[in-house]
Design a protein around this ligand. Sequence first.
Ligand code: NAP
Ligand code: G3H
Length: 483
Amino acid sequence: MLTNSVKTLSQKNVLLNGEWKENKDGKRITLSSPSTAEEIGSIPALSENEVDKAVESANTAQKEWKNTALHERKQLLYHWADNLVDNKEEIGYMIMQEVAKKKSSAIDEVVRTADLIRHTAEEGCRITGDLLTGDSYNGGSPSKIAQVNRVPLGVVLAIAPFNYPVNLSASKIAPALMMGNGVVFKPATQGSLSGIMMIEQLEKAGLPAGLVNITTGRGSEIGDALVTHPGINQISFTGGSETGIRMAQKASMVPMVLELGGKDPAIVLEDADLDKTAKEITAGAFSYSGQRCTAIKRVLVKEEAADELVGKIREKAEELKIGQPEENADITPLINEKSADYVQGLIDDAIDKGAKVITGDDKNGSLLAPTLLDEVTSKMRIAWEEPFGPVLPVIRVKTKEEAIEIANKSEYGLQASVFTQDIDSAHQIADQLEVGSVQLNGKTSRGPDHFPFLGVKQSGQGVQGVRYSLLSLSREKVKVFNG
Ligand code: NAP
Ligand code: G3H
């Protein structure tokens, strides 16, 4: 069982051209657990030459893979999903150690990923082409026929963030494979061990040699070589806005799907069911210690409801268990001290400028108590910056128009929540919010994984979600019959 595996160092290698290999120069990155600071393993730091090899190998293997039947691809994905479920404890345990996600959520991530992979396999079989006749326009004729097929793009570069090291990697790799592409997978450095374990299960499921290649190493060192590589035909990236925007500037003429940061607001009107609202907001803001792109990152509440809502969120936040991921604590150490210091910096700035601490503001290393700040104003950094930690600012507003204005002033546009019992107001506000999705009377969140998921402004470009990912990882190819 797993109980003893915590002390075993996981020295992983990478899958390159169908073989598990160490890198040539032997340079490795040592990884430690964010919660215990103990060393948990190491990964190779690849060189640019090895990046070249990864792209070349994906490219060669893809030439055969693109001709495989859909049912063959579907079988591979089903087998992969089954293997992940069979190994959910081991992989979940590694996620828990590597990114300090509470144990139950880490195992759930693996199961959620298996569901996503199966759904991708099914939906991939339903992506069909089109047939158009040319008689509707000048210059056309009934005998001119366009056959529109969907074809793979070639080699997809999948770059994932640390916070869902398995789910947000597979959500790119599975649709890429289903549509006939080869893959170069760059996991987040802190997240690579879990990512590699996930690919081990794909390989055991019968992955053709060379089709998926892993490139571990710091993004700051091998990122440019990957992103600007002429053999890459699509980039699917999830991570911070700064990283994504820089990447988009470098990768010219390569299609990209970017899922980036967020500053999701919860707008609360005076007639909202405040018990339900407080429950949703607390879960939305503090699960996985706020390290979710879709975490609720600010509350914009009508003054009339503010005192009561703040009291209710405080009660719920104080019920959250603070501790270690092994104990299934709700609030666990952040990914590193630097992130924790950044979050504390935002809290300190807000307090200096007059925000009221309702609960929290207690830091022990990288473990921060859930912090609720009231009377936050637009002069404070926390009103605009993405903390990626357990802090929730409350901004009191006089009108719903003011709430919409503040919500839209953000550079981000991922999701938003609106809490009210007035269906007309809910629709009216939702229609005016500049975001990818609006949740009515519910917390912001990506799933279920077949819903379209997208951000606007600095929160991203393109759409993910099972069917949408399958479409973005393939393209139209048109054959015209001139009868
Ligand atoms: P990050 O620092 O931007 O890293 C994301 C990935 O990019 C990692 O694999 C990283 O590798 C790699 N990377 C870094 N610099 C690179 C470069 N120059 N070229 C190519 N790749 C590079 O983000 P993170 O800290 O892992 O995740 C937190 C951020 O992601 C938050 O802002 C969050 O909102 C956002 N996020 C968004 C979504 C969404 O769907 N919208 C989902 C999850 C997270 P290394 O680890 O080696 O640096
Ligand atoms: O961190 C960003 C993820 O896409 C959020 O997914 O809403 O299911 O936690 P989630």
